[in-house]
Design a protein around this ligand. Structure first.
Ligand SMILES: *Cc1c(COP(=O)(O)O)cnc(C)c1O
Length: 453
């Protein structure tokens, strides 16, 4: 038997929701359990769900489920709702646009929103050179297009990605992604001419400095591929799904310098790190990195599907007319949402807010690390912070503990996500609109469940 969840009396989402963790049933509650059974019967198994509650409304720093439970959101739908869910300015921009028109296909007949998003990206991304942008739907689609553009511009084919990289789930981006399970296993063959180089991973590569780690990667690239065959180097300034790995200082600039000297297009994949998330508008800024191309998506449009490639005009303009595009890329509703979202990052102090969240989270997590040696490292920047859980004596990754802690936190009403090549990282990606009280409560829950796990 199935029931339809009534939304007639539904509470509105947005920051007006009660900002307090409140559980009125077990997690998941009965209505979620019922809906999850429908999901299992109707939705392909491969589309997994980490926390099977079903959402009624969300905003500020909380998610309200259909059983009436209010959970603390330390995930933002994977770093998407930086401005908060159902942020009022974004909602009203969307509503206004919906009433005007919903679609024309920008490559048939244009509209101002698309152009305005491109102008904003060109202005706000690092570097004061002349830029162009192109808009797409998902992070993976934008990454694919960045590679297409780099290949067309250079006339070369090879692409280098790094250990622990995550760039998406389409065929080319699966090839770029490092981790087999669950992203790639059984889904090959993968796109050719993709090579992998070693990353800088300070917690796990001893005393290797950033420049030394870059030298190691560059030597491998030169010997195994040859710079003259290489179209692009693509890297996340902080690895996201790979475990929130912040490379040692100097690693990224050395790679970028080598790329420039060798005519290789340097692509910064800022899909997860972009838009105030790391306490700067873009994570590249922390090391003065100016990539040739910069890929954005997740945080760009308050939850609407939109992505972009922004970069040097001569590279972006290399592809012929008609060579780039797609039916929905830069959809007018998504563009209206993006304009409101980007202005919110700039005007509502959200970059500073991300810096503040870093201070709050790191304060609480560092204290926890002193109490519990299984926390090997607290790392990250801004509102992109993680703990790596290990067996203390050996530093071996402890994925089992990580799953137990995440599940126990979920049961207590805290949405946390895991990540990492070894599955042993818990990451914190709260909306930038979350209150300090919710952050402290979330970490207090973590302390409690860790002690019992
Ligand atoms: C999520 C992510 C992608 C893929 O974005 P989708 O919108 O899921 O296709 C690419 N790169 C990075 C760094 C990501 O975090």
């Amino acid at each position: 038997m199935t029931t339809t969840v009534s939304t007639s009396q539904a509470p509105q989402g947005g920051p007006g929701l009660l900002q307090k963790r409140t559980l009125v049933t077990q997690i998941p509650g009965p209505r979620s359990v019922e809906l999850h059974a429908r999901k299992t019967a109707a939705v392909a198994r491969g589309v997994g769900v980490s926390l099977p509650i079903y959402v009624q409304a969300a905003g500020g720093g909380v998610v309200l489920d259909i059983d009436g439970n209010t959970l603390i959101d330390l995930g933002s739908g994977i770093a998407v709702t930086g401005v908060g869910n159902a942020a009022p300015a974004v909602v009203s921009a969307i509503v206004d646009q919906v009433a005007q028109f919903t679609h024309t296909c920008f490559t048939i007949t244009g509209y101002e929103g698309y152009v305005e998003v491109a102008e904003l990206l060109n202005e706000l991304t690092p570097g004061d050179h002349e830029k162009r942008s192109a808009l797409f739907n998902s992070g993976a689609e934008a990454v694919e297009n960045a590679i297409k553009i780099a290949r067309h511009y250079t006339g070369r084919q090879a692409v280098v990605a790094f250990d622990h990289a995550y760039h998406g789930r389409t065929n080319l981006t699966m090839a770029l992604t490092a981790k087999s399970m669950p992203y790639k296993s059984g889904f090959g063959p993968f796109a050719p001419e993709v090579y992998r180089a070693p990353l800088s991973y300070p917690y796990r590569d001893g005393d290797l400095s950033g420049p030394e780690a870059a030298r190691r990667a560059i030597t491998q690239i030169e010997k195994q591929i040859g710079a003259s065959n290489l179209a692009a180097v693509i890297i996340e300034p902080i690895q996201g799904e790979g475990g929130f790995i912040v490379p040692a200082p100097g690693f990224l600039p050395a790679l970028a310098d080598w790329s420039r000297a060798n005519g290789v297009v340097f692509i910064a994949d800022e899909v997860q790190t972009g838009f105030a998330r790391t306490g700067a508008l873009f994570a590249s800024e922390h090391e003065g990195l100016v990539g040739d191309l910069l890929v954005t998506a997740k945080g760009i449009a308050g939850g609407l599907p939109l992505s972009a490639v922004t970069g040097r005009a001569e590279i972006m303009d290399a592809a012929h007319v008609g060579g780039l595009g797609g039916t929905y890329g830069g959809n007018p509703i998504a563009c209206a949402a993006a304009i409101a979202t980007i202005h919110s990052y700039l005007d509502d102090g959200l970059v500073e807010r991300a810096q503040h969240i870093e201070a709050v989270l790191c304060h609480d997590l560092d204290a926890l690390k002193h109490e519990d040696a299984r926390i090997g490292e607290v790392r990250g920047r801004g509102a992109m912070i993680a703990i790596e859980l290990v067996h203390p004596e050996t530093r071996e990754p402890d994925a089992a503990l990580t799953s137990r802690v995440a599940a126990a936190a979920h049961a207590e009403g805290v949405i946390v996500l895991t990540c990492g090549t070894f599955g042993n990282v818990i990451r914190f990606l709260p909306p930038l609109t979350i209150s300090d009280e919710l952050l402290h409560d979330g970490i207090a829950v973590l302390r409690k469940v860790l002690a019992h796990s």
